[in-house]
Design a protein around this ligand. Structure first.
Ligand code: AP5
Ligand code: ZN
Length: 214
């Protein structure tokens, strides 16, 4: 099964990815997590990406397409994968089509900018795994610590209000056109394009996704 998670920053893509990857036993491929790992390791890519991400802008399509292509050629992607945060430009969507990857589902998480701003201030993450929490809506078992490793949770650099606003603008300008793109694709192929109301609770969304996958 090959699935794309589409949605604004903070819509809940990473949160639902945790559920889907366990459910279907397929890897989550988050371009955001991959870039944050490169930043942490201070690789050439990480050094280049850091300023772009901290400004709330997008890393170039060429770099991202290269990263994704390399990742999906690994053996663990043989039975499918979950793309989280990719594609997010029309050029990236076309790049994916060119390498003949047939997507089964596009799950589009719909939510207003105001709701997102509220969510982002409470987000805490475990950087190594990408596991995501919210201090009110999805708290860890022990305050400030990751459930699985017990390691400290942090606030992402790009979660300051001004950067979130910039990311939302970039989303509306460059990523939102993918809604129309995949809606049209669904009319001429087997791809299923499903829109979810992302303001619902994490558990209700889990159930709605499960129903679609059955
Ligand atoms: P990326 O890491 O992909 O960030 P994003 O798309 O901005 O999305 P987020 O991770 O911020 O949000 P999410 O939808 O995963 O929400 P989450 O589940 O965490 O990208 C970061 C940067 O990397 C980009 O800005 C760009 O620079 C670069 N980049 C990445 N991919 C790229 C690409 N393809 N091309 C170019 N550049 C790229 O949830 C958010 C919060 O809400 C959490 O606290 C969570 O606990 C809570 N929450 C989740 N669901 C619910 C719910 N149902 N109810 C209440 N609270 C909820
Ligand atoms: Zn995410």
């Amino acid at each position: 099964m090959k699935i794309i998670l589409l949605g604004a920053p903070g819509a809940g893509k990473g949160t639902q990815a945790q559920f889907i990857m366990k459910k279907l036993n397929i890897p989550q491929i988050s371009t955001g997590d991959m870039l944050r790992a490169a930043i942490k390791e201070k690789t050439e890519l990480g050094i280049k990406a850091q300023t772009v991400i901290d400004r709330g802008e997008l890393v170039s399509d060429d770099i991202i397409l290269g990263l994704v292509q390399e990742r999906i050629s690994k053996p663990d992607c043989k039975n499918g994968f979950l793309l989280d945060g990719f594609p997010r430009t029309l050029a990236q969507a076309n790049g994916l089509k060119e390498i003949k990857i047939d997507i089964d589902f596009v799950f589009d998480f719909d939510i207003s900018d105001n709701e997102i701003l509220k969510r982002m201030t409470g987000r805490r993450v475990h950087l190594d795994s990408g596991r995501t929490y919210h201090i009110i809506y999805n708290p860890p078992r022990v305050e400030g610590l990751d459930d699985l490793t017990g390691e400290p949770l942090v606030i992402r650099n790009d979660d300051q209000e001004e950067t979130v606003k910039k990311r939302l603008k970039v989303y509306h300008d460059q990523t939102a056109p993918l809604k129309e793109y995949y809606n049209r694709e669904s009319q001429k192929s087997d791809l299923k394009y499903c829109v979810f109301d992302a303001t619902k609770s994490v558990e209700v969304l889990n159930q709605e996704i499960e129903k679609v996958l059955l």
